[in-house]
Ligand binder design. Structure first.
Ligand code: FAD
Length: 446
């Protein structure tokens, strides 16, 4: 119960009138283990009001390109199907002028998924400003962000210490809401949601990826992805997940980003396999991932270079005028046209699959810093490409991943040209540790 309280934040008290409760789903596109849906259903039952479930998304505001929208819409089809199973209909609105059909003016309480970046939060509030309903935001992380820390944590180590104070053993936090969902009164959608989504989908196309290869997305598909990982790759994760020539990784970052799957569900499966906090997969999923939400929530410059720690900015500035051996433009990077075969392969992996192996992401970001005119442009370019092409991009983990390459959550290293005290990576390191020819080959065959 305490945990639920910590997840709940009253954003605004409304006038307590209205004829229905609404759940605006955005980053938690699933029925199972969805705290927002649970709380929305409970409020609706308590007030004896029907529940409207809707999705509104302004594609241009969120800088989606078609690959993101294709994944999203496929996920929404699965969500609509799941909700139908309980007798609910998902209302889908993708144009600001259509918001009227939601009739939110009559709404008693609007439940929203907590947004972890200021930009999304401000946008959500701007939309809701026109209505008098109560607004309640719900945190769907494994542990609610404000339970761990309300300030920006310095590093994974400080965050981990606080996390372990709350719990140092994995707890099964999954729950079932079928009873509430079945009991709560329903509201019919004003249009045929699936038809509308399919129509929008038909007009979308990605330049690099066959649409069909982006097609399997959503709550059901994400559970399949998890099962494949657990059955085929988990035993190799500890030792081999950092090797880019193999794929002993979960590739769940996109499913987590859209909320197709909940961390709680993954943890439940890991508990069954007797894993605990000593497992590096748990470290990535809970500590490294949730640390990124701590950053975007507590640093208003999460999306630009000024969010970096003072020492990192200082050292980058001190080396701002160092001579660069290469100074590529955005288009050179974007087209994978550098002198470095490994870097180009990483870029191509992202272009062609919407995913880049985790180890290569670090090398990729570091090299943009090294081969750009200046570190500010470099940070911009890294973020721009990451958010444009990664299917898990435009997320807290994306902002942090990019800024990590520029010193965030890291410590100072031996000073050198261009990087100053920022951690450096080079090609020899890749050759020493990995079978890079095999990686390049793997990408070529994508
Ligand atoms: C330059 C750069 C850019 C990045 N951009 C993104 C991004 O846009 N979106 C994104 O989700 N992650 C990003 N990361 C973090 C990390 O590389 C990816 O989360 C991870 O590679 C995703 O692959 P996976 O799902 O197979 O991970 P796995 O190794 O299977 O890990 C399981 C889960 O743990 C989480 N995780 C793993 N590593 C990290 C990490 N370093 N930081 C935060 N969470 C982590 C992810 O949610 C991941 O799905 C970036 C890292 C760097 C260095």
């Amino acid at each position: 119960m305490e945990l639920i309280k910590k997840r709940t934040e009253i954003i605004r008290n409304g006038n307590d009138k209205g004829s229905f409760v609404a759940y605006w789903t955005s980053n938690t596109l699933r029925v199972n283990n969805n705290y927002s849906l649970k709380i929305a259903s409970e409020i609706a039952l308590d007030k004896n009001l029907p529940l409207k479930i809707f999705f509104y998304h302004n594609e241009s505001h969120y800088k989606c390109i078609d690959r993101h929208t294709i994944v999203l819409l496929n996920g929404l089809i699965e969500l609509a199907d799941e909700l139908n199973h309980f007798g609910h209909e998902l209302e889908f609105v993708n144009c600001i002028n259509d918001l009227e059909i939601l009739n939110l003016i009559e709404c008693h309480t609007i439940i929203i998924d907590k947004t972890y970046t200021k930009r999304s939060f401000d946008y959500t509030l701007e939309i809701l400003r026109n209505y008098n309903a109560n607004i309640v935001s719900i945190d769907n992380l494994y542990l609610p962000a404000n339970l761990i820390s309300n300030k920006q944590e310095y590093s994974a180590a400080t965050f981990r210490r606080k996390y372990y104070k709350v719990t140092n053993s994995l707890i099964d936090l999954t729950f079932d809401i079928s009873r509430e969902l079945t009991r709560v009164k329903k509201i019919k959608s004003s249009e045929n949601t699936k038809e509308k989504i399919l129509k929008r989908l038909a007009s979308l196309k990605d330049e690099f990826i066959e649409t069909v290869n982006l097609g399997k997305n959503g709550a059901y598909a994400s559970k399949e992805n998890l099962n494949i990982f657990l059955n085929e790759n988990l035993t190799n994760y500890e030792e081999n997940s950092s090797k880019p020539e193999f794929e002993y990784v979960s590739k769940l970052s996109k499913d987590l980003h859209y909320g197709f799957i909940s961390p709680a569900y993954i943890i439940k499966k890991l508990i069954l396999r007797k894993l605990d906090f000593s497992s590096s997969f748990v470290e990535q999923l809970l500590i490294r991932r949730e640390l990124t939400f701590n950053y975007t929530l507590n640093n208003k410059n999460y999306n630009n270079i000024n969010g970096l720690p003072v020492w990192a900015l200082k050292t980058l500035n001190e080396h701002g005028k160092d001579e660069r051996e290469y100074a590529y433009r955005l288009s050179d990077f974007e087209n994978g046209q550098t002198h470095d075969e490994y870097w180009n392969a990483a870029q191509n992996e992202m272009l062609r699959s919407g995913y880049m192996h985790g180890y290569m992401r670090m090398y990729w970001g570091k090299k943009i810093l090294e081969w750009s005119n200046n570190f500010k442009d470099a940070h911009n370019i890294t973020l721009k490409l990451n958010n444009k092409y990664q299917l898990d991009g435009r997320s807290p983990s994306g902002y942090v991943g990019v800024s990590w390459c520029y010193g965030l959550h890291d410590r100072g290293w031996k000073e050198r040209e261009i990087f100053g005290k920022i951690r450096y990576m080079n090609m020899n390191g890749l050759d020493r540790k990995f079978d890079m020819a095999r990686y390049v080959d793997r990408v070529r065959n994508l």
